[in-house]
Ligand binder design. Structure first.
Ligand code: ADP
Ligand code: GLC
Length: 483
């Protein structure tokens, strides 16, 4: 099959979250399965500069911007993956975060920047590249939401899939911009991309695509409820026959403690003593009290409301009073950043905070930690708990979304059945979170039991193997259907 993925970020070129990991790993796995798979990305500086030996595919005029845009093609370094990139300096050549300006505000022309992404996906489906075209366009998140709309507007036979990585981000714009998208006027309707009088790129993706997927089975159910549906539960219920939950996988080339080039002491399920060396090293490097028996909690996260950061801030005393340690790596809301900074200066032998985005350090923290915290309010899939499982760093998670699908609580019966892999709490409140923290300290005192849970966690298979098969069967079904 010939497949084009459309997305706004992709590891290792540009990453702000899990989307980038998935948009890199999934296409590669599909290529390994013998398919011809390419990715289309906007020409943000990190993407343009990260690609060598680019070939010009086409230069075209569009109605989005006066100057012509260029579509380049390049092979990603150390990979079989071919990437198309849209060069439009006026729209994409801005330093810093790709979505927001230095004051953390959405760029006012984001509708144009991402309409162009969807439009070029359609052009590639319409054979812009004389050497290759996709049978199916797979668009990810709201940034790529208009791809299916442009394809439907032109009645192309190309099949379309839209994957929801996060329903909370919808790409909503004032109705006044609709004419500037150059879509048929009848598409701006309840049965289309209109959302309470505004334009929703996400809704366009949901409405116009042939199938919808999201990144865990549990989240696929949750988003059909009023509580988690972000106002789109009605539409998702109506489309339930075309909505599939397919769990994200781990890219084991990047995330495997026995081969990870970014960590100091590589280890495996049979060499767990080496994991402890990573912990001691980190304690030394961060000037934390160097003691092996202190439970080391790590947090690697966007510091936003979604991620349950206030639970950690409210309950950090529970960690400190049991002599635990907390190491944080994250960026996000300034109120959370400031509170973490305060805590780190107040308790410098037990808490360390780094407010930046650092891939190598993230690997080192996961290798060194005892427990990785993911107490999210909602979580479509979540990747850090999967990395935690793989590295024997037990996840402490809320029972929600993909976290509920992937972590098994250390209840006594689960310990007895040898299926426990972490600590799971139900209600999004300080009490339930604290109970889970307490359980982790209690289990840690039993070294043999802790090791057993680490081993169970590390042996769970969250590779792409199964999920890639699910995507490919869905592609096959759509491509072979005549409608
Ligand atoms: P989300 O996509 O909602 O942010 P995920 O758990 O799916 O959450 O993915 C987050 C990804 O971003 C993981 O690969 C995680 O390691 C990485 N990450 C998050 N914050 C940082 C950071 N400050 N530095 C390095 N990596 C980070
Ligand atoms: C989103 C979600 C996260 C998911 C990631 C990759 O950013 O918040 O749960 O793991 O996308 O699908």
């Amino acid at each position: 099959m010939q497949i084009l993925h459309v997305c706004s970020e992709m590891y290792p070129l540009l990453k702000t979250g899990g989307l980038a990991d998935i948009c890199y790993a999934l296409p590669q796995e599909q290529i390994k399965n013998g398919h011809s798979v390419r990715v289309l990305l906007p020409g943000f500086p990190a993407i343009i500069n990260g690609l060598a030996n680019k070939q010009l595919i086409s230069q075209i005029n569009t109605e989005f911007i006066q100057t012509p845009i260029k579509i380049w093609q390049a092979q990603l370094a150390n990979s079989d993956l071919i990437v198309y990139v849209i060069e439009s300096p006026e729209l994409y050549n801005r330093s810093g975060n790709p979505y927001v300006n230095s004051s953390n505000l959405e760029y006012s022309d984001n509708y144009l920047r991402f309409a162009l992404l969807g439009y070029v996906a359609y052009k590639i489906a319409d054979r812009l590249d004389s050497n290759w075209f996709p049978q199916l366009v797979h668009a990810h998140d709201w940034h790529a939401g208009l791809a299916a709309a442009y394809i439907k507007a032109q009645n192309l036979a190309t099949k379309t899939i839209f994957t929801i990585h996060n329903l909370a981000y919808q790409g909503i714009f004032a109705a006044a911009i609709y004419p500037l998208l150059h879509l048929p006027s009848q598409f701006f309707a309840v049965d289309g991309c209109e959302y309470y009088g505004k334009v929703s790129f996400l809704k366009a993706g949901l409405y116009f695509s042939d199938s919808i997927t999201t990144v865990s089975k549990n989240y696929a159910q949750e988003i059909q409820t009023a509580e988690q549906g972000c106002g789109l539960n009605g539409l998702l219920q109506a489309k339930a026959d075309h909505l599939y939950g397919i769990l994200n996988g781990i890219d084991e080339q990047q995330w495997n403690p026995s081969t990870d080039k970014l960590i100091t002491y590589k280890y495996s399920v049979n060499r767990l003593s080496l994991k402890k060396k990573n912990k001691s090293l980190l304690q030394q490097q961060l000037n934390l009290t160097c003691q092996e028996n202190k439970v080391l909690f790590v947090l690697i996260s966007r510091l936003t409301e979604q991620k349950g950061i206030h639970l950690i801030l409210n309950c950090v005393s529970e960690i400190l009073k049991r002599n635990g340690q907390l190491v944080v790596l994250g960026t996000g809301d300034s109120q959370f950043e400031n509170k973490f900074k305060q805590l780190a200066s107040q308790f410098s032998d037990s808490i360390h905070v780094t407010l930046s985005f650092d891939e190598q350090y993230a690997h080192n923290l996961i290798a060194a930690g005892d427990v990785i915290l993911v107490p999210s309010r909602f979580e479509p899939c979540g990747l850090t708990q999967l990395y935690g499982l793989k590295y024997g760093t037990l996840p402490l998670v809320r029972k929600i979304g993909g976290l509920a699908d992937t972590v098994v609580d250390c209840s006594l019966e689960n310990l007895d059945d040898m299926v426990a892999t972490g600590f799971v709490f139900e209600k999004f409140n300080d009490h339930d979170f604290t109970q889970a923290i307490k359980r982790s300290f209690t289990l840690y005192k039993d070294e043999i039991m802790w090791r057993q849970v680490q081993r169970t966690a590390m042996k769970r298979d969250f590779s792409w193997h199964n999920s890639v098969g699910e995507y490919l069967s869905l592609y096959q079904k759509l491509i072979s259907s005549k409608v």
